[in-house]
Design a binder for this molecule. Structure first.
Ligand SMILES: Cc1cc2nc3c(=O)[nH]c(=O)nc-3n(C[C@H](O)[C@H](O)[C@H](O)COP(=O)(O)OP(=O)(O)OC[C@H]3O[C@@H](n4cnc5c(N)ncnc54)[C@H](O)[C@@H]3O)c2cc1C
Length: 525
């Protein structure tokens, strides 16, 4: 028996659901197939610690910064479907080992003043740096939103307008967008605390010594302009709201529905075969799982060998560095030790995402990961989930979300349970220099990149599906021939984090794929 729809979307991550929602609103019959038992993919959360069944675990994304600017929240009316967000201010705080701190407030001037207490020159430089980052955001956001290679008039006008307005900053903008984040931080700032704060933010976007990585500093402009947006009930509440809205527009989402094969006949995608044997035939298949997984699902011999190999060689955590993630459930509160007391103002750092790690520790994190080694001092951020949203644990108890941007995908000695425990021991020791309460742990969730690979079916556990890079952007993301407005081969499109504009929670990749599918189906008629 086979079912017939207009579009099959593989994956109910936020991009898959967004794609389906736009298509359903355009009157198409759409089904989303998700192999997991819940929606969200990397925007999911749940009760995943058996010893702490009422402590909510966030295993992947934690905030909605980019979704704030992409229009997805408004397009799908997510507040109507239950989405509520909180914006702690300051949202981030760099904690220096000597007890001083830099708070990142929504107000850029207040942030610069905070930096000035540590270094007057850096405070002044931050204001000038932000002028460049604001210009980058004005040019970069429309670039992200537009169909690469064929931008629509609205986004093109915004991009050109912003570029013209920023013409005086041209040389600085080129230097920032082509440089490494380490180089740019050291060019602009002199105090190790300011440099560490910036490296801590940029490290989430990839190796801090990769050319082009400094473009990640645009996040600072986004933080000041849009805030961070932490959903109450964590990211699952965002995904559940999106699923409810998308289903209300007529799309169907099937859970526990793993795709075993993308059916290719006469060089064109014609539908999918599920693990349970069912076949769903479709005019278009949109794969929002990672591109390498998607191509491996195609009927053997169905797609040209050249295209298959081109994707198989696309980089996913090529440097062997990837985020390592833990959530600690605790029976008591989590509080900062010295840094709060040493503040000169009323800023509540206990609700901020703490950035911990000197510039050397950030650099070493990537160097160790490349070699497959595990450091004993760490570059790490801690999001105090329950200080922000107490509903995520029983009253008076807490959850710490611990994120290390660079840890070995494959450890030299292999990731045994003993190595995971040893690594967690050094991470907790390091964090205990900053926080009280970690010794009241009642359970933990810890995930290496290889475990993420298994749980989410994502090659090498890569959070952006395909590594970011100047040569993997726009129409060349995930690879040349796959990122343009036309399907790489008839009936098939990709639409997840591996495609333009890349990883992060924005829904833009899903929206672009939906528009491509609509254009391709129009031509079929
Ligand atoms: C630890 C971590 C922290 C992060 N923090 C942030 C953050 O704070 N802010 C931010 O913006 N971004 C963050 N990200 C990145 C962001 O979460 C992802 O880039 C984004 O959510 C990817 O969305 P997607 O829909 O493209 O893909 P995914 O979420 O990966 O969805 C793909 C879906 O496809 C499904 N699938 C795979 N194979 C099959 C199959 N054969 N059949 C059916 N379904 C299949 C998967 O189960 C999955 O649900 C983080 C990611 C991680 C891992």
């Amino acid at each position: 028996m086979s079912e017939q729809v207009d579009v099959v979307v593989i994956g109910a991550g936020h991009n898959g659901m967004a794609s389906a929602g736009y298509l359903a609103r355009a009157g198409k019959k759409v089904v989303v197939l998700e192999r997991m038992a819940k929606v969200g993919g990397m925007t999911s959360s749940g009760f995943m610690i058996p010893e702490a069944p009422q402590h909510l675990v966030t295993p992947c994304a934690v905030e909605l910064m980019f979704a704030r600017g992409s229009g997805i929240i408004e397009d799908f009316d997510l507040p109507k479907y239950g989405l509520r967000t909180i914006d702690p201010d300051p949202s981030y705080a760099y904690l220096h080992p000597d007890g001083s701190s830099i708070a990142v407030f929504r107000d850029a001037k207040r942030t610069a003043d905070d930096i000035s207490r540590i270094s007057r020159n850096d405070g002044k430089a931050y204001i000038e740096f932000l002028k460049c980052l604001d210009a980058m955001m004005d040019i970069g956001f429309p670039l992200m939103m537009a169909e690469p290679g064929k931008p629509d008039a609205g986004n093109l006008t915004k991009m050109i307008g912003a570029a013209v307005r920023s013409v005086k900053l041209k040389d600085q903008l080129v230097a920032i967008s082509k440089g490494t984040s380490d180089q740019v931080a050291c060019e602009w700032f002199e105090h190790p605390a300011t440099i560490a704060m910036l490296l801590g933010v940029a490290a989430g976007a990839g190796p801090v010594d990769d050319d082009g990585n400094a473009a990640a500093y645009m996040i600072m402009a986004v933080l000041h302009r849009l805030g961070t947006g932490k959903p109450i009930g964590s990211l699952q509440s965002f995904s559940n709201a999106l699923a409810a809205s998308v289903e209300a527009s007529g799309a169907k989402i099937e859970l526990n529905a793993s795709v075993a094969e993308i059916l290719i006949e006469d060089g064109a995608a014609k539908g999918v075969r599920l693990e349970d044997g069912r076949v769903i035939r479709a005019k278009m298949v949109i794969a929002t799982c990672d591109p390498r997984t998607a191509m491996r699902l195609t009927t053997p011999g169905g797609v040209s060998r050249q295209l298959v190999q081109r994707i198989e060689h696309a980089p996913s955590n090529r440097s062997n560095a990837a985020p390592f993630l833990a959530n600690l459930a605790m029976s008591g509160p989590l509080t900062l030790k010295r840094h709060q007391d040493l503040r000169h103002d009323d800023a509540d750092l206990n609700q901020a995402v703490a950035l911990i790690g000197t510039p050397e520790e950030v650099r070493e994190a990537f160097a160790y990961a490349r070699r497959g080694d595990i450091p004993t001092r760490h570059a790490v951020s801690l999001t105090p989930m329950t200080n922000i949203d107490p509903s995520q644990a029983p009253p008076g108890q807490s959850v710490a979300y611990i994120y290390l941007p660079a840890m070995a995908v494959d450890a030299r000695e292999g990731w045994s349970p003993a190595l995971k425990d040893k690594t967690m021991g050094t991470i907790i020791n390091h964090l205990a220099e900053y926080y009280d309460g970690l010794d009241a742990e009642v359970g933990r969730f810890v995930e290496t990149a290889r475990e993420r690979e298994k749980r989410l079916n994502v090659t090498n556990g890569c959070v952006t599906h395909i590594d970011f890079g100047a040569l993997r952007a726009g129409t060349h993301r995930p690879a040349t021939g796959f990122g343009g407005p036309k399907p790489p081969f008839p009936g098939f499109l990709m639409g997840g984090a591996g495609t333009h504009p890349g990883g992060g929670v924005s829904g833009i990749a899903g929206r672009i794929a939906a528009n491509r599918a609509l254009r391709a189906m129009k031509k079929m008629k």
